[in-house]
Write a protein that binds this ligand. Structure first.
Ligand SMILES: [Zn+2]
Length: 508
């Protein structure tokens, strides 16, 4: 990964050339527009994505605090971020260099460690491992670089030291260090007039000041510093880790909407102060909450659904389709009705591909003539979808356009008088399949795959028993074999005994 670092150094000149954007606090980078617009919370509107090199972008996502199993709120956040990353890469040909920070030192991890009498590192490792297993099951691509707080303590300490040395931060009597918000005039850039979320205490100079370093308490892991023993505050971790990987500026910084304030506000403030720049992250991407019966899903409310439970009921493709059908910035309500409708939409695509196969293999004499209307529909949808993705990654509009395209293709396929060339239909099927797989859908029903291999085992076993029964003229055993065949047909699996090697198919 170190080889990548020279690429990011070029961004230093980039930072110096940021220019005012309308009357907001967002500064427009001076580089190459890539033709995509994304909502930015600093500008409070969609802004153009401008990159130093139009084909390369840096991306950091705040990862989980690994103190418990991930739930479907995490699933929706990381699947939606994965979709956006795939869009930038596959539709706009941008090479993304991705990193994610894992918070493996935190109050909640320490509490769990104390409650279970387990070392905090063991707790964090266990849940981080679980997180990656869950993400793989959801087909979320792993970031290129994973940073962990426990592996960046020295880096974090020197970041805090840098801020103290320039008097942007101050040490308190209890060994804590606070960021001095009164010295940073752009505080509130991402979200205005809110409490910093930090507990008020006498050692702080200003109400909004937040802890960069926390003085140690008994029973907590701690590290020695010039201010005394202690451990990192949450916000400084990401700033220090991002800076280590990407230098003094990055293109995209992403996370759930609840991180916008205070976490990202504080990250931006301390990073601008440390690097002496006016804009550290050019593009903030925030994913809306997953809500459950009008409440946000969260550990503290004890209303979470673990990711493995989700995947027992619905497959990863269905969940991703639900994410594609919603707008990433807004809340998404999770309920069975919504998931069933996502499943129906996904099945419509699956059936369409089957129908195209049947259509191609049917015994119809065809001409070489193309159905121009269908070709035209395809071109219109291709353009419309690219436009939708350029406008803040509007995937739900794309899904609707693809469904309309299917409707038009089905009309032609079902029309008995149709003997046009199948080429337009094949091009449509190919375009739809490519688009959906670019969004990260796999079209692999894991349950179907598992049941297929189980059926193989059962059919082979029955075949061996049946041959023995024929050879030994055991009528009872033959009857039992027939019964198995009939019962499987009721379960929509049809066995063909007429060949040397038995075969089977799913029947509707
Ligand atoms: Zn973060």
């Amino acid at each position: 990964m170190r080889k990548l670092f020279p690429i990011f150094k070029r961004n230093l000149t980039h930072v110096c050339r940021l220019k005012p954007y309308k009357d907001t606090k967002w500064l427009m980078p001076n580089g190459n527009p890539v033709g995509v617009y994304v909502y930015n919370c600093v500008a409070q509107e969609k802004v153009p994505i401008i990159l130093n090199d139009p084909k390369i972008a840096t991306w950091y996502s705040c990862g989980p605090t690994v103190y418990d199993s991930a739930h479907i709120g995490h699933a929706s956040c990381y699947v939606k971020l994965d979709i956006i990353q795939r869009i930038l890469k596959s539709f706009f040909d941008i090479k993304l260099v991705t990193a994610m920070g894992i918070t493996d030192i935190d109050d909640k991890i320490i509490k769990k460690s104390n409650d279970t009498q387990t070392d905090f590192r063991t707790v964090a490792k266990k849940f981080e491992h679980e997180f990656w297993v869950d993400m793989a099951a959801l087909n979320v691509e792993k970031p290129m670089i994973i940073t962990r707080v426990s592996e960046h303590i020295e880096n974090i300490k020197s970041f805090v030291e840098g801020l103290v040395n320039t008097e942007m931060a101050y040490a308190a009597d209890d060994g804590s260090v606070y960021f001095d918000t009164s010295k940073y005039s752009s505080y509130g850039k991402l979200q205005k007039m809110q409490d910093s979320g930090e507990p008020s205490c006498d050692s702080k100079k200003n109400k909004m000041d937040f802890a960069l370093w926390k003085g140690s308490k008994p029973g907590e892991p701690s590290w020695k510093t010039v201010w005394g023993e202690g451990r990192p505050g949450w916000h400084i971790e990401c700033s220090a880790m991002v800076s280590k990987v990407f230098g003094s500026q990055l293109d995209f910084h992403a996370g759930g909407i609840d991180l916008q304030f205070p976490h990202h506000e504080n990250e931006e403030a301390q990073s601008c102060a440390y690097h002496n720049t006016t804009q550290w992250a050019n593009y903030w991407i925030h994913i809306g909450h997953l809500i459950l019966k009008d409440t946000k899903m969260s550990k503290s409310l004890q209303n979470t659904i673990p990711i493995p439970s989700l995947l027992e009921t619905y497959n990863a493709d269905t969940f991703r389709m639900a994410c594609l059908m919603s707008k990433y910035r807004y809340s998404m309500e999770y309920n069975d009705e919504m998931m069933k409708s996502a499943e129906d939409v996904f099945n419509k695509f699956k059936f369409f591909f089957k129908d195209v196969e049947v259509y191609i293999n049917s015994n119809v004499e065809r001409t070489a003539e193309y159905n121009d209307n269908l070709l035209n529909d395809l071109h219109v949808v291709e353009e419309k979808n690219l436009d939708a993705l350029r406008q803040d990654f509007n995937t739900s509009s794309c899904v609707n356009s693809l469904l309309n395209l299917i409707g038009n293709a089905n009309k032609v396929m079902k029309s008995e008088s149709s003997n046009f060339s199948p080429v337009p239909i094949l091009l449509i099927a190919d375009y739809i399949y490519n688009t959906l797989t670019k969004f990260g859908l796999k079209f692999q029903d894991s349950k179907e795959n598992i049941s297929s291999s189980l059926i193989d085992v059962l059919v082979d076993f029955r075949h061996t028993v049946r041959l023995n029964a024929i050879e030994s003229k055991n009528k009872d055993l033959l009857k039992a074999c027939d019964l198995v065949r009939d019962k499987m047909k009721t379960a929509k699996v049809q066995i063909n005994d007429s060949k040397k090697t038995p075969s089977w198919v799913y029947v509707k």
